[in-house]
Design a protein around this ligand. Sequence first.
Ligand code: SAM
Length: 266
Amino acid sequence: MNKPQKDFKILQAQPKRSLSQNFLTDEKPVRLLLEAAGITKEDVVVEIGAGLGALTKELVRKAGRVIALEKDEKLAGLLAEQLKEPNLNVIAQDALTWKPPSGKYKVVGNLPYAVATPIVRKFLEEKNKPESITVMLQLEVALRIMAQPPKMNLLAASIQFYASPSFIAVVKRNSFWPQPNVDSAIIFLSKIKTKTETESRSFFRVLKAGFSQPRKQLRNNIASQLTMEREEAGSWLSGHGIDSVRRAQTLSLEEWMKLAKDLKSG
Ligand code: SAM
């Protein structure tokens, strides 16, 4: 399998913690991630944080075309040199500022942990959204994304508003070099939905209001954040079949959407 240590000797460099550089040294997670992503020759794949190519090497064999984004110019340069495949474009760029191509594409990657959720959010909010997102990130973040009522959280609702998440597998910390302090997990986001600007604005307005003080009763958060009287907030919630003393974490996505829809027209 991969020998990132050897590549770093060639580069005469050290992995950068600031870029969350932990490289896969184990083949099993690569296989699991690619199986979950269901990549075929029909697919254009955008890989985030290609690094030294642990996933890229397999992706170029399975996909029609691979666009590999890597912020670290030295790593991007080495990868492009070592993996000269006609269906591969290595781009030395920050994934957060990169514009996806037109046409269909799938996102895959062992994400840089420090910016894993902003990257997922960025692609879910793109005008041209991916067909699916299959990524490795911190286990704890993956579990937060998967949460359901009565243990919902702001991140889970924000992601599930756009896509259906599936938990694929835990990846132990000893699958990486250098070894991180936490375990990882693979998740698969599918059924990615297009939302209008108004839909998402109202949804996030009500959601953020609801979660502003998660331990407080919903009516208090709604009243203070959406400038309503407490009673008014209470009857607005009960008018939608939501008991106003519930906590934000107990609401389902459908309930948030119902409130958001009313906020839009109200
Ligand atoms: N794919 C490789 C692997 O699995 O071995 C490397 C994964 S490592 C966890 C994350 C990679 O993302 C690093 O190579 C890092 O340099 C790169 N990276 C960090 N921030 C980035 C960003 N904003 N955009 C693109 N790549 C980034």
